[in-house]
Design a protein around this ligand. Structure first.
Ligand code: CO
Length: 285
């Protein structure tokens, strides 16, 4: 079985978005820094409320999905449909913007740590204009598996096999077949997993460092770097120099043109023009 290698490293860059939320962007910092169907990955992590308290006031999206996963702190979500949800530490929100959503994402604490991720996953052309939907996933809905090689895995979407047993996350049945796993490896801990050969795979290290690839050809991924893996049938990870925590993301590539304008991601410039016109005339949603 061929083991995927660490093919490309994307260093995250410090930036800000929303009303001045400090974050680190790896995927999505440029049009070239994407891994089909993944468009963008932001990590926000701060003890200083000035870095996050202004949040993301009402803004639109069309054509893709956003996944917010919180490690620390609370985030309140409200949308134009009247939906409202409070994201808790260890919880996630899976939002399908579809044809359009206008929402706000606001931190709910004025002191303490705020830490989490937002991932953007593209939708296939035939699903870009479907009705908006979202799902709040409580922390206890996310299964956590002990890994035989040392550590734990929390599965948010898709499934992994641990000791011959399937560990299935709460989000299933996406056309991109996305896998989203929060991995914690102990110092020297190892994890091996078969993944569909036709899927794209990337990893984001948010604490510690890890080696990726077969034993005879390992390459190191450092904290706050995203690693894009080569093709292959399985992945192998080993925490180096301490415990490592990272996101493991995999999905079926769409192979469709991507035209992005801020919070709108479509297949053509004409569709972007339409999204802008719809938004200006209150017909986005
Ligand atoms: Co948003």
């Amino acid at each position: 079985m061929s083991i995927r290698q660490l093919q490309q490293i994307i260093h995250s860059v410090a930036t800000s978005d929303g009303a001045g939320v400090s974050l680190r962007r790896s995927l999505g910092q440029s049009g070239a820094a994407r891994v089909d169907p993944f468009l963008m990955l932001d990590e926000f992590s701060s003890d200083d409320p000035d870095d996050y308290i202004a949040g993301f006031p009402p803004h639109p999206h069309r054509g893709f999905e956003t996944v917010t996963y919180m490690l620390d702190g609370h985030m309140l979500h409200e949308d134009h449909l009247g939906n409202r949800g409070d994201l808790l530490p260890g919880g996630a929100q899976w939002m399908t913007a579809g044809r359009g959503i206008i929402h706000s994402e606001m931190p709910q604490q004025e002191s303490g740590r705020m830490r989490g991720f937002q991932l953007w996953i593209n939708l296939p052309a035939k699903e870009k204009m479907k009705p908006a939907a979202y799902r709040d996933i409580r922390p206890e809905e996310i299964p956590q598996a002990d890994l035989p090689g040392g550590g734990t895995a929390r599965v948010i979407a898709g499934s992994i096999m641990v000791d011959g047993r399937e560990v299935a996350g709460p989000v299933q049945g996406l056309s991109t077949q996305a896998l989203y796993v929060d991995m914690h490896l102990t110092d020297g801990g190892e994890f091996t997993q078969a993944l569909p050969a036709e899927h794209n795979v990337f990893v984001y290290a948010y604490e510690g460092n890890l080696d990726i690839g077969p034993a005879d050809n390992r390459r190191r991924l450092m904290t706050q770097d995203a690693g894009v893996l080569s093709g292959g049938e399985s992945v192998e990870f080993k925490a180096i120099g301490g415990a490592a925590r990272f996101l493991l993301l995999a999905a079926r590539p769409l192979g469709e043109p991507v035209v992005q304008h801020g919070p709108f991601v479509m297949n053509s410039s004409a569709e972007i023009e339409q999204a802008l016109a719809d938004y200006r005339s209150n017909r986005l949603v």
